[in-house]
Design a protein around this ligand. Sequence first.
Ligand code: ATP
Ligand code: MG
Length: 389
Amino acid sequence: MDLSFLEDVSSPFAFGRIAVGNTFVNRDKEKKRLALNFANKVNTILISPRRWGKSSLVKEIGTGMNQIHKQYRFAYIDLFSIRTESEFYEAYAKEVIKCTATKFDEWISNTKLFLQNVTPKVSIGGDATHEFDLSFDVKDIKKSYETILNLPEKIAISKKLKIIICIDEFQNIDGFTDSLSFQKRLRSFWQQHQNVTYCLYGSKRSLLIQLFEKRSMPFYRFGDMMFLGKIAPKHWEPFITGTFLKAKKKIKTEQVTKIIELMQCHPYYIQQLCYLIWIRAGRMVKDSDLNASIEDLINQNSNLFEREAESLSNSKIAIIKAIAKGYHSGLSSGAVISEFKLGSSANVTKTLKALDLDEIIDIRKGEYFLIDPSFELWFRKRFLGKKIT
Ligand SMILES: Nc1ncnc2c1ncn2[C@@H]1O[C@H](COP(=O)(O)OP(=O)(O)OP(=O)(O)O)[C@@H](O)[C@H]1O
Ligand SMILES: [Mg+2]
């Protein structure tokens, strides 16, 4: 098969991975606030629905600050697949060691130097990339969590570094066995660190709010709470137009507006839709390219949405119908309750709460929105008989 056409087609749009460099749009205010927080050792909690750009933003700051000043070191830990306290310590120690040294030999010597009483097992990858992995004996961990949790502070002092520890999907610690004791432990060590800053982020808003805003919880008021918003149309417009132009394709202003409106400024979906259009279009983006790309995007997801909708209760479907029809507030009013057969206002409140936990709706300034714009388009077609484009 002739694949030579691949030589001059590298996608100008990126989705499903961290947005970097040319594909990273705006976020100037958020970047400034986050960078100032990190420089001033202010712990930060960053919350947004999935795929709005938390990881990209944190990485962007990390790369930027590290370039300006080598003294800043960023450790990235993702709790997505971490389910126990021991796994947490392993990932924590490993990433701290990795970000504070650049060479493999240094990783090993730092492990020996700073984790003396823990006796970790270091596994070395077979090839030249030198995969570095750390694991501890569980018995050991119980005795030594103090050493592990103080590791970044100890290294930071000894090497005159400022370490920023970024922990993604932080809400997962809520599911650990005896989570409350673990949280207390983390907080009691972390709050004493003078050279380490913590950036904790995730998408389960209600869980994260519980962890950080409830007075009785160990992490109560741990740091600056940032709710990441979407990116405004005025920033998307030049990015979309300019990126198509660089790829030698012309797109009309109305088409750009339509992309932004239909995808409701959602970073992931805007990038994905633009990618699909870019694949399809010739020198000029035609309306038919745009419409076919939207259909394509919805079709890719429709099996998943079908399954998701099947698992939802009638009350949930009824509320989603109301929101998809444009009712973003006043859902407990008599008129809306009777139009959508929502039962009682107590039922509306309960269902809204459940939909928030399901990460299906988002609440902004007292108004309710569906989080996923492509689900909304699909839902409107499937349940309200509306055309997609
Ligand atoms: N600043 C940005 N400019 C342009 N595109 C962005 C930006 N931030 C995010 N995106 C787009 O959104 C997608 C999701 O971003 P990212 O993975 O950073 O989000 P997230 O909030 O960490 O998601 P998750 O909750 O799933 O971890 C990226 O792949 C990229 O396409
Ligand atoms: Mg992420």
